[in-house]
Write a new protein. Structure first.
Length: 370
């Protein structure tokens, strides 16, 4: 009876923690740690599994040396029964695992102590018909877990799945609201500021033609040039708020944006452009910022974009032959633009790096997993 009451308290505490969470991965980390601290399970890890059946380790706790080795190498690589059963729609509830190839490979590699962790239990993370991945837990010297332990594991997995669904729906609503606000701002800028700048350009052009005084003529020409530059900036800003063209393809959208900036962009693509919309949006926003930097700082009007898609990730390279700059990868980033690129890549679990030197151009390298 005491154990049953203790489990009810634990589930209540985990539910409260999950209900307070607004970011999926930190929330799952805290919930997993809480679950392990309140049960006989000692270690655990969570895989998210995409539509193609590819698992991604998103959180873990209290791993033995063998499984933690080199950034959880043996958990990240290889095949295993639980993922295979998940892919085949045969894993419906919490189950014991007879053997785990990932754990076996880690132990066989002799890269550290395995703390008597040889088997694990597994349970799918889902909400209704929507599936997200797997929760795996293990204990030392344990080959099979009791029905009571599996029932408790299933209850926690249900809570986690519901929380993942809740946060996903919240983020979708936020993204819709953000898109609507971007569209409104873009519309307002186009209808007001953009039109005013265009009118100033026309007025300045008329002033150039109407006066014969050299000083006044040069002043009107300067106003016309500055206003034209402001128009270009405004159109680029409107594009950033409401990108037109993504519906016809990522490359078309990037190339159209380059044209708005007055840049000639050469594009080379390797692989099939089939990845989630969030990855596509991130690549587009990163390319926007990179092309803005080329226009403002490189001192040239041409750049080259390379996009390589593999089975596991996408590599974006944008290269220019402009004036370049001194970049120290270990130092704080030089501008908000560069920081924005790195932040966007990191948010997707990827990376962004630069190779540049004065007079030798600049190369941006972005890698995103999907």
């Amino acid at each position: 009876m005491y154990e049953e009451q203790s489990n009810i308290v634990l589930l209540k505490e985990i539910a409260e923690l999950l209900n307070e969470g607004t970011e999926i991965f930190p929330m799952l980390q805290k919930a997993l740690e809480k679950f392990l601290a309140g049960t006989a399970f000692e270690t655990g890890w969570i895989f998210f599994i995409n539509a193609d059946g590819k698992p991604r380790l998103v959180t873990q706790a209290n791993l033995p040396e063998t499984l933690a080795y080199k950034g959880c190498y043996y958990l990240e690589h290889g095949e295993c029964w639980c993922v295979s059963r998940y892919r085949n729609q045969k894993l419906k509830k919490a189950s014991n695992i007879m053997a785990c190839q990932r754990i076996d490979n880690a132990i066989a590699a002799q890269v550290g102590e395995h703390a008597d962790i040889t088997h694990h239990a597994t349970v799918p993370l889902q909400s209704g018909d929507e599936r997200f991945g797997l929760l795996n837990v293990a204990s030392p010297k344990t080959v099979r877990f009791s029905d009571e332990q599996l029932a408790l594991l299933e209850s926690v997995a249900f809570q986690m799945g519901s929380a993942i669904k809740r946060i996903g729906l919240t983020k979708q609503a936020q993204e819709v609201a953000l898109a609507q606000e971007r569209n409104r701002l873009a519309r307002d800028l186009h209808d007001s500021v953009n039109q005013l700048l265009f009118s100033v350009t026309l007025t300045a052009r008329a002033g150039v033609e109407m006066t014969e005084q050299p000083i006044v003529k040069e002043t009107f020409k300067e106003i016309q040039t500055l206003t034209q530059d402001a128009l270009t900036e405004m159109r680029a800003l409107i594009w950033q708020l409401r990108p037109k063209g993504l519906e016809t393809g990522l490359m078309d959208a990037i190339k159209a944006y380059a044209e708005v900036l007055g840049l000639t962009l050469h594009i080379s693509v390797t692989g099939v452009l089939q990845f989630p919309s969030r990855i596509e949006e991130t690549l587009f926003r990163i390319a926007q910022e990179a092309l803005n930097n080329v226009r403002k700082h490189a001192g040239i009007t041409a750049a080259t974009l390379y996009l390589t898609v593999t089975a596991t990730d996408v590599l974006l390279v944008i290269r220019d032959e402009g004036r370049g700059f001194t970049f120290d990868a270990s130092a704080q980033l030089l501008s908000m633009g560069l920081q924005s690129i790195r932040d966007r890549a990191k948010e997707m679990g990827g990376s962004a790096d630069w190779v540049s030197a004065i007079g030798e151009g600049t190369e941006l390298l972005v890698r995103l997993p999907y």
